[in-house]
Design a protein around this ligand. Sequence first.
Ligand SMILES: [Zn+2]
Length: 76
Amino acid sequence: MNCVLCGGGVEKKVVDEEIKVFNDHFLLKMETEVCKNCGERYYAEGQIDELIHLKKRLEKEKTGCHEVGKVYQMSS
Ligand SMILES: [Zn+2]
């Protein structure tokens, strides 16, 4: 398979998928197809559903994760 955006080669890779819940960011290791040229990600069937499901759960309770850093907003 080639990237539909740039035609570059696509490879299976484990990426840190980011889920934003209000002001918090959650990173989830996920194996997905990534374009070697532009970085576009191609999700397998069901992966988007999984992310949506996880986001809904994290809105209610933050379980199964630990803090790895903080997000700061620069004052303007
Ligand atoms: Zn591409």
